[in-house]
Ligand binder design. Sequence first.
Ligand code: FE
Length: 338
Amino acid sequence: MKLTSVLIAAAMATLSNGALAEEKILNLYSARHYQTDEALYTAFSQQTGIKINRIEGKEDELLERIKNEGANSPADIFLTVDAARLAKAHELGLFSPLTSKTLEARIPSHLRTEDWFSFSTRARVIVYNKSAVKSEDIQNYADLANPKLKGKVCSRSGSHPYNLSLMASVIAHQGEAKAEELARGMVSNFARAPKGGDTDQIKAVAAGECGVALANTYYVARLLRSTKPEEIKLMEKVGVIWPNQSTTGSHINVSGGGMLKTAPHKEAAVKFLEYLVSDQAQRYFADGNNEWPVVENLKVANPALESLGTFKADKLPVKNLAMYQAKAQIILDRAGFK
Ligand code: FE
């Protein structure tokens, strides 16, 4: 072999090795920090030989980081919670549109967009103190504005994505005027100024500081699964309502993600997204945070979720939730829902 061909052969070997090595790595930016996620990622690496480099951070920080890294970002996948945050990544043009028969077949159409996909769902429910409030009075989100509940409503911040997404769903279904009515009514029913997270609201309801509050189901389920005697006692005082059962269904939010436009390992990224809708991954994904899988008719063994029973979920496309985020914030601000 002539020297030049040896060099070319060597160069080609290096190139193909390089390309191969490239496909065996996945850089995952994740705002999920649940213990069972470890098993989720390990199983993927075992099945595919693709090593996952995980960068974890707070939702908004990760988004900021990807934005700042720009075209040089090593990120292949961005995973986070809440439709509002996923929509923000979309609006910033960070996600790459992708068509995948697997994702289309496994994820119901209202839970996906052309560039980001939901992998688990959670509902926003009404929790109430059983000795302070009658369940008949709080069957719908709109009931939280009823003057009957004066001084009894507690909430986390109005600018938190969970409340923004709920308000966005009200705008989508009933229009801005109704949304504003709800926001104003809730504000005039507040037991205290908004503070804390969903778990704090549930605890305040149990303690009788508030009569009612909104909470995502996984916070309720987490407390229901608690083995701490004080939390078991706490939850005996709390009732849970699936709102809007005779109308639109309970508001659903999601955790999800997508492949980034600048992803250096696109093939691995698609493989990973498709893996996330496998039965095995869906179980890890949902059980890790007491959520529901997006894949229909998949059985999850989670006693806390089972104890909450079945319910009618709002089928509003996640895309629409995202569409009304900005409007929702304006309305909540105007209503003084801080
Ligand atoms: Fe949360």
